[in-house]
Design a protein around this ligand. Sequence first.
Ligand code: MF3
Ligand code: CO
Ligand code: CO
Length: 258
Amino acid sequence: MKDNDLKKFQKMRLAGNLASKTLDMITGYIKPGITTEKIDQICYEFIKDNGGYSAPLYYRGFKKSLCTSLNHVVCHGIPSERILDDGDILNIDITAIVEDYHGDTSRMFCVGNVSVKAKNLINATYEAMMNAIKILKPGVRLGDIGYEIQSYVEKKGFSVVRDFCGHGVSNVFHEPPNILHYGKKNNGLEIKPGMTFTIEPMVNAGKYDVKVLNDGWTAVTKDKSLSAQFEHTIGITDNGYEIFTESDKGYNKPPYNN
Ligand code: MF3
Ligand code: CO
Ligand code: CO
């Protein structure tokens, strides 16, 4: 890797670790009775107190510091007075800025007891993301990433959302290339050492179609089926990859046993 890339990786590590620490920290609060707004407040303070800033706040007019996507919400759910209920599944998506660099990561949370179907969906989404991460090294192509995710998800009987994708991330929140979560092997751009991007598959229990609500942000499944998502920020090294947003506590997927 080039010298600049090593410097960039150093900052991506700091930002990625703060984002992931924030998810670790909020895990114990995810119980019936808490509002998504309270989750937003606690995480906002934690990020600020640890020398970072929440990238979503005022990003393209977004008015909260993170996204909370419940049940059939695919992504970009807006924190509100909504109280978490037993049986809900929730994605919390955090992007922390440290020294101008971004760490972008999300995990699913189960509130109380959730259905077997929901657990299977969450599990498949996590495994699909990890399957794609595990193949990463220079020369792998973006289509290979999409193929890993799509083939695994569809084998489980679920569908991959097409309307949102992963993205390059560094000192810019969203930059090229787009990382599609579906695709064909041996297709698309070749990845190179020093690249930094997210992989963040959204997986629906039903069909992949999505619509955005009148608030301009909240994306939901058209058929009202459940949706799950995980996200990591990753860097490509000379012979593999580094996950910048790995949990210090091993909180990879539910149950977190915190
Ligand atoms: N964190 C989201 C992503 O993974 C983007 C959220 S933008 C916001 O790219 F404005 F909705 F917060
Ligand atoms: Co992202
Ligand atoms: Co994100």
